[in-house]
Design a protein around this ligand. Sequence first.
Ligand code: IMP
Length: 498
Amino acid sequence: MAVFLEQSHTFGEYLLIPGYSSTDCIPANISLKTPLAKYPGGASSALNLNIPLVSAIMQSVSDDTMAIALAREGGLSFIFCSQPIESQAQMVAKVKSYRAGFVVSNSNISPDGTLSDILALKEKTGHSTVAVTTDGTLSGRLVGIVTGRDYRVSRMPPETKVKEFMTKFENLIYAGEHTTLKEANDIIWEHKLNCLPLIDGAQRLKYFVFRKDYDTHKENENEMLDASKRYMVGAGINTRDYKERVPALIEAGADALCIDSSDGFTEWQKMTLQYVRGAYGDSVKIGAGNVVDRDGFLFLAEAGADFIKVGIGPGTICITREQKGIGRGQATAIIEVAMARDEYFEKTGVYIPICSDGGIVHDYHMTLALAMGADFIMLGRYFARFDESPTNKVNIEGSYMKEYWAEGSNRAKNWQRYDLGGKGALSFEEGVDAYVPYAGSLKSNVALSLSKVKSTMCNCGVFSVPELHKNAKIALVSSVSIVEGGAHDVLLKDRKPL
Ligand code: IMP
């Protein structure tokens, strides 16, 4: 006879109960640092996140721009794998070669360009500093720079040649390509510059350093940096082409991998993990999933996963449950897998972090996911709303929206995510193509969300994620008390949409 389990629940059906808070239990004393990869008890993980957030392995969420923005705040992006190996590896390499505060110029022009070309470039890129190079590309020799101070639109004909009004190279203050950010900043201040070009031996422009970027860089104490002070980045892989994809991603510098699949309880995942362990031992950190129960967790733990992702069907763009009748309420799934993780730790002495993937709609869902036992959280919709996501910002009936589409939609066509060894195509959709409300910059939103998480942790009287796991008191609430939780029985003057 089939196995019947108890009803499954999701985050919105639970609330936290406060614990005793001492006077030093204030947001400034809370640490959100959390392990990403498994480790033996008594030791610490070789890979930790500074904030417990990672961005989803999705075309509409995690590219190199998102990865840089999230690493700057202390989290990690997993660059989407539903793209050719070369382009995914290039995105990884871009994150690794990105030097915080060092800007690679994408506004370049030749000396024979005109003032109207400069204005068109400014309109297109939004940048007011343009590099003038012999052939108008970044690989040409730098012969000058144009900034807003070099021309007056009202006094100069639009066909005026760039070479007539640019600041010539011989009059520029510049420095070598290996200059550090601190040294560049000193030169900027000493010479009262707005920007400093860094050039190589052949007088080619490598970077601009802008005065404002030094301060921005200094603000980010949580940055996820590797031993060489480069931003850290993760990458998704599938269970089909891993023998080619994994080496390319590792070569490009990926710091962690994660198998992207709707169902992790499969021999395909075991084979993929075995390949990685065989080829790289423990040096490559790799997550697997997704699972929703103890059996699935134990299977992937034994197969060698460094972390295990939990969630089938909670995603905001996901229609798997409707299409196939499979999945589990995300809260129930996390609670059961966290219990299995703790039992596994008691038995083997190895702690395997778990990631709650999908279904976060309100900031307090993050705190609940952590309280229920998640070590970190993967989010798609949340990050898709920000400036840094790869998708278009569009105006729908007077409101700004960002596009957000599922990996199992016809738009993404990520058939490998649903691969059961058949032909290389999606036989039906498991996700939708949608819009989400545009929300501004990642930095300000993450700061706000995490300030709420920390505030709730203070109410619970805990100082860290492991303490929250241990001490949280969580109650399942009735549908009537959920209604009581929002503003009720009053007429709202100003109700903002979600
Ligand atoms: P969200 O944060 O609730 O928007 O969920 C994001 C998560 O949804 C991703 O990390 C994936 O695990 C999952 N997901 C992405 N595409 C699909 C799909 O087409 N069907 C089901 N789940 C998906």
